[in-house]
Ligand binder design. Structure first.
Ligand SMILES: O=c1ccn([C@@H]2O[C@H](COP(=O)(O)O)[C@@H](O)[C@H]2O)c(=O)[nH]1
Length: 237
């Protein structure tokens, strides 16, 4: 697969900061043609919808990564609220089940072309097979990811969050158009931290990932924009 630099940036930078000004200082060094931005639970809880609106106003595509998981009515209202913010992508948990995912999809229909992409989290990239068995899931991570991805596809969503380790399996089983968004990306030599099912950016793209979520390897670097440029260059090489 060819990495696209301008029209469809592959890198989604996870903005996980406790300090809004620190996050905005990083954003000021970035170009929306070179990356998209992800806002997750930490920054949304601290700084709310205004922070998301500020990023959208700066021209960035924003993935609102709040992983909604609730009764269908509540999740439907939450994804519609996300659409009102003008985000590019929003997500729910696939383990909320088909009815919940369908309700989310239906809630976005009135937005037509303006609707964000709607994807579902399968198995968190921090989780191992042992941890799955501790919560009563006896399938391997790959089997569980595939089962939840099939439910997600059948509910009419646009794609899933999975690890890049499952990307080639999912592309083979679910086809090229079903989007794969993969956190747990670690450039060679960088610290895995709490992530477990990891791959390098180049491996992830080759395996079939559509979008690579990268947080700490960029945001904690001394020169984040230079690290992003190096990763983008590696994807084109
Ligand atoms: O399975 C998942 C789902 C979401 N995430 C989020 O992605 C970033 C990863 O950040 P790193 O610093 O690159 O580890 C983070 O915001 C997570 O909440 C995930 O890692 N895995």
């Amino acid at each position: 697969m060819q990495a696209s630099h301008n029209g469809d940036p592959k890198i989604l930078i996870a903005l996980d900061f406790a300090d809004e000004q620190q996050a905005l200082a990083l954003v000021a060094q970035l170009d929306p043609s070179q990356c998209r931005l992800k806002v997750g639970k930490e920054m949304f809880t601290l700084f709310g919808p205004d922070f998301v609106r500020a990023l959208v106003a700066r021209g960035f595509d924003v993935f609102l990564d709040l992983k909604f998981h609730d009764i269908p009515n509540t999740v439907a209202k939450a994804v519609a609220a996300a659409a009102e913010l003008g985000v590019w992508m929003v997500n729910v948990h696939a383990s909320g089940g088909p009815r919940m995912m369908q309700a989310a999809r239906e809630a976005l229909q009135p937005y037509g072309e303006r609707a964000p992409l709607l994807i579902a989290v399968t198995v968190l990239t921090s989780m191992t097979g042992d941890e799955l068995s501790q919560i009563g899931v006896l399938r391997s991570p790959a089997e569980q990811v595939l089962a939840l991805a099939r439910l997600t596809r059948d509910a009419g969503l646009d794609g899933v969050v999975c690890s890049a380790q499952e990307a080639s399996l999912l592309k083979a089983e679910l086809g090229p158009d079903f989007k794969l968004v993969t956190p747990g990306i670690r450039p060679a030599g960088s610290d895995a931290g709490d992530q477990r099912r990891i791959m390098t950016p180049e491996q992830a793209l080759a395996a079939g990932s559509d979008y690579l979520v990268i947080g700490r390897p960029i945001t904690q670097a001394a020169e984040p924009a230079a690290v992003l440029a190096a990763i983008n260059a590696g994807l084109h090489g």
